[in-house]
Ligand binder design. Sequence first.
Ligand SMILES: NC(=O)c1ccc[n+]([C@@H]2O[C@H](COP(=O)([O-])OP(=O)(O)OC[C@H]3O[C@@H](n4cnc5c(N)ncnc54)[C@H](O)[C@@H]3O)[C@@H](O)[C@H]2O)c1
Ligand SMILES: O=C(O)C1=N[C@H](C(=O)O)CCC1
Length: 266
Amino acid sequence: MEKIRIVIAGPRGRMGSEAVRMVEETPGFELAAVLDRKNNGRKLNEIGPFQESDVPVFADIEDCLQSVKADVLIDLTVPEAGMHHARIALSYNVRPVVGTTGFSQEELDELKELVREKGIGCIIAPNFAIGAILMMKFAKMAAKYFQDVEIIEMHHDRKLDAPSGTALKTAQMISEERRKQKQGHPEEKETLKGARGADYEGMRIHSVRLPGLIAHQEVLFGSVGQTLTLRHDSYTRTSFMSGVKTAVETVMKIDTFVYGLENIME
Ligand SMILES: NC(=O)c1ccc[n+]([C@@H]2O[C@H](COP(=O)([O-])OP(=O)(O)OC[C@H]3O[C@@H](n4cnc5c(N)ncnc54)[C@H](O)[C@@H]3O)[C@@H](O)[C@H]2O)c1
Ligand SMILES: O=C(O)C1=N[C@H](C(=O)O)CCC1
């Protein structure tokens, strides 16, 4: 069987470098090229700790996709670059697997429409860790029985977007079961701005940023005389890689837009 040829955007990043390792180690996957903001025209083993890999580095995705044959683009960059890469990849019939977070609803809708026009698969995954996916699914289940919920997401202090993509996706999944309602005292007042966190349909999302953390989230439900806490922790970025691998394999078999790995989990 032919190998799945993959382009990775963001190969020098925390996630992108893990993804390069995963692709290189996976039978059936082949790294075709990488997209880096800098280092156009060089080889991957000249720009990072990847001794074995001499695939070409491109700064521009169009140059890349005109020069190398690719099946899948894995994007682990920043939202502006991720959107641009996903749009161009689709226009070249290359299937995007996007782990980058921070997209607006309008951007997700635009990608969904492009995928509908093209008829090839595209997966946007705010979190690739199986435990995080289960946490979100359990939170949705619990929301049927608990109307009051707050989300606390905790990440390393190099993270650019807040709230995290996972926290937003969790809130969206909960909102499929929970009726919209403002939580807390109807007359509560913040004496320090932001004390009650972000407001998603009346439920609150709190973002913690600290060195030492990787990616963690608690979903706290409260009802009369009881609370229920769901918690997930990613202690290393390798925790995300089996999800990236599954997404790459799956995106080759589908012709639709998927937002969230829970939609492709058996
Ligand atoms: N879906 C998940 O499970 C998951 C897990 C962890 C992180 N993330 C997300 O992945 C993204 C990357 O996270 P990170 O911690 O690896 O960040 P990082 O800052 O370590 O890496 C991002 C990389 O993207 C590169 N980059 C920026 N613009 C680029 C461009 N135009 N072309 C090519 N490369 C470009 C940067 O140079 C950098 O090397 C973030 O949006 C983060 O929220 C998702
Ligand atoms: O490290 C990050 O940045 C992470 N981002 C994702 C998010 O925003 O939910 C997933 C976890 C790690």
